[in-house]
Structure formats: structure tokens, C-alpha cells
Design a protein around this ligand. Structure first.
Ligand code: AMP
Length: 293
């Protein structure tokens, strides 16, 4: 595995790979790798000749009062894990390398962002699409892999790829969970022991909501209420949102119909956790999202 830190070296390398007609799979991450990240890498490893992983905590996607400084980092461990999975290139640029000076161009998403995390984190997805545009241009991947844990991110990247005609296939893969159901997240290390126990209830609550749908409930308000009450009664966290929306369009629905997302975000003392379930009108789970090849 080659570790690359400069944009110039990365460009040189990827140009060569493209000349050799290698299929490139790309997994962008912010590091502090866990099994969620590793599942994306494994899938990308299988489906492509070359696996490129990036680790970059992108300041542009953090708000002023968010956890950019406290975001967990462990480069040594990340290198070890990426190597074990069989990554060919690990790209770890410094902030100055990605943004030598303040951006003189700004990108703004105008759809799929006025709800869920987009509403609580203004500018977040603008930062995400900016860094991804840069990374796509540096790497020219054939396929890019994301986790459905960040389902809104997948929906926004879908727009980015469609709107700007990036020749890349988007693959959204299932959320990897602890045995007790808690979605794996780099931010889980910032939970206290008690909070970690309580946080399991986010998933349990979403599952209850899904069970309502399986049992025939179609009214989003009833489903959301059940999820909210369950989280409120079982955690000390403060609910940021519980929403049921169409997916990937993320529009409010009058009744559960077609493909929908049931999503929640909860603030704990030092971490804000998100989770979601994707299912159809009969409550059948949808695990994967893929754009056209
Ligand atoms: P992050 O490092 O948090 O930016 O995440 C990098 C990628 O890993 C994103 O596409 C996330 O959606 C994905 N990811 C994070 N947690 C999980 C998880 N528990 N299961 C699957 N994918 C995940």
C-alpha cells in the first residue's frame, strides 16, 4: 500500500492507472476507521482493480460550533487497517494541501438539504460536495462507495454526480452495527458508558417504527411519534429530528408509499448520533442504493 500526501503525486499515480485501463474504486473517509468503513473498502476491493481510500477531516463540512477539533484521529491504526484490507493507495492530505488558500469558488446544494442533517448543519453538505468534487477530479474513480448510515449524504452525492456529470457510479452500502444494533460511528468514542447503552435505543426506536409499517400503519405522524416517544423514554439525549421522508428525494410524504427513509438524530453530551432505516411501503428493508452505471 502506498501512502500519498500530495495532490500532485496522487494525480500522477491515477493518470498512470487510467492509462493502464485500471478500474478504480474510491472510498472517501474522515478516518478513525471502524468496521463500517472497512465494509465499504472490502466491497470496493472486490469490484475494482485498484482501491483508493482517502482520510481527510474536511474543515469545510464542519460548522463553527461543531466537533472539527475533537473529531477522533488515529493515523497509525488507520494505515494498519487499510493495509490489511488491501488498499492500494491511502491518500492522507493535510488541510493546507487540499485548501492551499481560501476557496474562491463556492458550491451550494439546493435540493435534498433543507431537512434532516442539512437543516441542523447549515453548509455541511456544501462542504461535502466541495471536497468530493476535488477528490473526484484528483482520482477519476469508476465507482465511489458510501455508507447508508449517512443516507442524506448518499442522496446529495447522487445529485452531485448527476448535476455535474461525474463519470462515476455511486454505491451506497448497508449500515454496519454493533451486535446490540448501535450503528458504528467514529463519534461513538465520545459517548459515556451510560450514553452508549442508551444510544442503542435509537436503532430500537427506528425498528419499532418500521414494525408499525409492517403491521399496516401508513400514517407518518403515528410512526414518527412512536420513534420519538421511544427515544425520549429511554435516553437522556436530546432529539434533533425524527423524520419519515421519500428516498432519495427526501420529500415529506402523506402516507408511507414507495421507498422511504425513517431517520433520527440525537444529541448526547459530546456526540450527535444519526441513524436511519430505509424500507418500502410494506416495511421491507432496503439495504443498498446504486446509481446507474
Ligand atoms: P466518515 O469517516 O464518518 O466520513 O465515513 C466515511 C464513510 O463511511 C461514509 O460513506 C459513511 O457513510 C461510511 N460509514 C460510516 N459509518 C458507517 C457504518 N456504521 N456502516 C456503514 N458505513 C459507514
Amino acid at each position: 500500500m502506498e501512502i500519498i500526501r500530495s495532490v500532485q503525486s496522487l494525480r500522477k499515480k491515477t493518470k498512470l492507472l487510467i492509462k493502464q485501463h485500471k478500474q478504480i474504486g474510491f472510498v472517501p473517509t474522515m478516518g478513525f476507521l471502524h468496521e463500517g468503513h472497512l465494509s465499504l473498502m472490502k466491497e470496493a476491493r472486490k469490484a475494482n482493480d485498484i482501491l483508493i481510500v482517502s482520510i481527510f477531516v474536511n474543515p469545510l463540512q464542519f460548522g463553527e460550533n461543531e466537533d472539527f477539533e475533537q473529531y477522533p484521529r488515529d493515523e497509525e491504526q488507520d494505515e494498519k487497517l487499510a493495509k490489511e484490507i488491501g488498499a492500494d493507495i491511502l491518500f492522507i492530505p493535510a488541510v493546507k494541501e487540499m485548501y492551499p488558500k481560501k476557496m474562491q469558488i463556492s458550491m451550494h446544494v439546493t435540493d435534498r438539504t433543507e431537512m434532516l442533517c442539512g437543516r441542523s448543519r447549515p453548509g455541511h453538505f456544501d462542504g461535502v460536495i466541495t471536497v468530493l468534487t476535488k477528490l473526484f477530479n484528483m482520482i477519476n474513480p469508476d465507482r465511489v462507495y458510501f455508507g447508508m448510515k449517512d443516507a442524506q449524504q448518499v442522496a446529495v452525492v447522487d445529485l452531485l454526480i448527476q448535476n455535474l456529470n461525474f463519470p462515476v457510479q455511486l454505491v451506497g452500502l448497508p449500515t454496519v452495527r454493533e451486535e446490540n444494533g448501535l450503528a458504528k460511528s467514529s463519534r461513538n468514542v465520545n459517548l459515556s458508558r451510560d450514553e452508549k447503552e442508551e444510544a442503542i435505543w435509537i436503532y430500537k426506536a427506528l425498528k419499532k417504527g418500521q414494525q408499525f409499517v409492517i403491521d399496516g400503519e401508513k400514517n407518518p405522524a403515528m410512526i414518527k411519534k412512536e420513534v420519538m416517544d421511544t427515544i425520549k423514554h429511554n435516553t437522556s439525549g436530546e432529539i434533533d429530528y425524527v423524520e419519515l421522508l421519500s428516498y432519495p428525494g427526501l420529500k415529506p410524504v402523506m402516507e408511507v408509499k414507495g421507498q422511504v427513509i425513517l431517520a433520527a438524530a440525537v444529541h448526547f453530551e459530546k456526540a450527535r448520533l444519526i441513524d436511519n432505516l430505509l424500507f418500502d411501503e410494506s416495511g421491507r428493508t432496503i439495504h443498498v442504493f446504486k446509481s446507474e452505471e
